[in-house]
Design a protein around this ligand. Structure first.
Ligand SMILES: Cc1cc2nc3c(=O)[nH]c(=O)nc-3n(C[C@H](O)[C@H](O)[C@H](O)COP(=O)(O)OP(=O)(O)OC[C@H]3O[C@@H](n4cnc5c(N)ncnc54)[C@H](O)[C@@H]3O)c2cc1C
Length: 449
């Protein structure tokens, strides 16, 4: 009889583990507490129109090789549209275009950077020098990146218009709270290492569709038993082995192996307190911090811009995504505000007022446009914070409980909290399980070559 695996949590981490193990002969059951798969990377039905709306637009980059592999496997790569040009706008509405030239990295972006209107030549030279220094910086200590920026002559204006601009979106944190390790990773993997690393991909469909039909078909064709609206309540642990998972509605489920793929605070709730107290592996999770993201969805009675997206500088939002005319007479723009702590304590109306006001100022076509509808969606614990030294609290996928493996974007993947990190963690958990049953195999995909 093939070994059975119970995966708890149907986000990308749990799904990646399922897609890795099911074709390798494991009997996989996946339980998900909600009525939809893909966890934080999912959509909801807008009550006003019934349309699928993403909780927040998700984008990936060329350097996300495991997410690309996962998308290919389940057959949804065709929904991911590369954005060969990135558009950067300053509050005076001037736009700079960022596009790769057919040159090896890092020269591929040299021309775009040289012509960018939002930094002076002096500032550009400082940035170039900073990037050069950062590339060779050791990351073992992971000191505060802000200190490093100051030490390397990066002024507040340069931080706002270059370093912070990239990092707030990529890491969902403000530069004063970020450690050097992940700041370096973003710039090296995204911009310096490979010419395709920085290529942003935007899904052409809502996330609920992206991780919808094809995914469900793949799981059913590979005999993954998916149980929706089934929440795990407590893992019973005897002699440092999981004996069963007690469910919230009362029954219990058993398997040879268990993979927890829930957020870290949920894992702490699933485990007996005695187990958490006994292993630093688990109790360290209490040190992880999180950061919020707010998505402001706006439907206007006319198009606001021809550009597919805009990266905003010195503004409230960081990205505007132009989803076009989603129903007759309604043009949909979505503004993403990462590390959105400034909204804490504000009502949705006030957030909407600020963000819509900014859109009207930046996009003249919207000055007199009618706002048909808006939705403000905040994920308070959107991602873990990549604060200095965060990796010491991120556990590897092999837990001290013999038959329990752990996945999730917050586990140790050497990636920040991203879809790529989540998929990697699922593959790493599957690798650990394969090793445990004496069938080691490499599943994690290589970086861009
Ligand atoms: C607003 C927002 C914007 C983002 N933007 C981007 C982006 O542009 N690009 C990018 O790469 N990443 C982005 N991310 C991050 C990305 O969404 C996450 O890193 C990734 O989806 C995490 O996947 P996961 O499987 O680790 O966790 P989750 O998606 O949180 O999955 C965990 C699953 O477990 C389920 N669960 C919880 N408790 C139980 C239980 N007791 N029993 C059963 N099931 C349970 C949950 O319902 C959930 O489905 C964003 C995140 C947010 C919130």
């Amino acid at each position: 009889m093939q070994p059975s695996v119970l995966i708890i949590g149907g986000g990308l981490a749990g799904l990646a583990a399922a897609t890795a193990l099911a074709p390798r002969g494991f009997r996989v059951r996946l339980i998900e507490s909600r009525s939809r798969l893909a966890g934080r990377a999912s959509s909801f039905h807008d009550s006003a129109t019934g349309q699928l709306v993403d909780t927040c637009q998700h984008v990936s980059m060329g350097c996300c090789t495991n997410l690309a592999h996962f998308s290919r496997m389940i057959g949804v790569s065709h929904f991911l549209q590369p954005q060969p040009t990135l558009y950067f706008m300053t509050p005076d509405r001037r736009v700079s275009r960022f596009r790769a030239d057919p040159l090896p990295a890092p020269l591929h972006l040299f021309r775009s950077f040289a012509f960018a209107h939002y930094l002076t030549w002096r500032e550009k030279l400082r940035v170039a020098w900073g990037l050069l220094k950062l590339k060779s910086e050791p990351v073992d200590d992971d000191p505060p990146f802000q200190d490093w920026l100051t030490k390397h002559g990066q002024t507040q204006r340069i931080v706002n218009r270059f370093w912070g601009l990239v990092l707030v979106s990529a890491l969902n944190e403000s530069p004063d709270r970020i450690g050097l390790r992940y700041a370096k990773k973003v710039f090296v993997d995204g911009f310096l290492k490979h010419r395709r690393g920085f290529e942003v991909e935007v899904p052409t469909v809502p996330l609920g569709r992206l991780y919808g039909e094809e995914l469900s078909r793949w799981l059913s064709e590979h005999q993954v038993d998916v149980l929706m609206q089934q929440a795990g309540k407590q893992l019973s642990v005897t002699d440092d082995r999981v004996s069963e998972l007690e469910m919230r509605h009362g029954d219990a489920m058993t398997a040879d192996y268990y993979i927890s793929a829930v957020p870290f605070d949920r894992l702490l709730e699933l485990l007996p307190m005695e187990v958490v107290g006994r292993f630093a592996y688990f109790s360290n999770l209490r040190n992880l911090e999180t950061s919020p993201i707010t998505g402001v969805h706006c439907w206007f009675d006319r198009p606001g811009t021809e550009l597919p997206h805009i990266v905003l500088m010195d503004s409230i939002g960081q990205w505007v995504f132009n989803r076009g005319e989603t129903s007759p007479g309604e043009w949909y723009l979505q503004v993403v505000v990462s590390a959105a702590r400034q909204f804490r304590g504000l009502g949705h109306e006030e957030v909407e007022r600020q963000v819509v006001g900014e859109l009207r100022r930046l996009l003249p076509a919207l000055a007199d446009a009618k706002l048909i509808r808006a939705r403000v969606v905040t994920e308070h614990a959107a991602t873990f914070s990549a604060v200095p030294g965060v990796d010491r609290w991120r556990p590897v996928q092999i837990s001290p409980i013999a038959n329990l493996f752990v996945a999730g974007d917050w586990t140790n993947t050497s990636w920040p909290a991203t879809m790529e990190g989540a998929v990697r963690s699922g593959y790493l958990a599957a690798e650990a399980l394969l090793e445990r049953v004496g069938r080691p195999e490499k599943l994690v995909q290589a970086d861009l070559a």
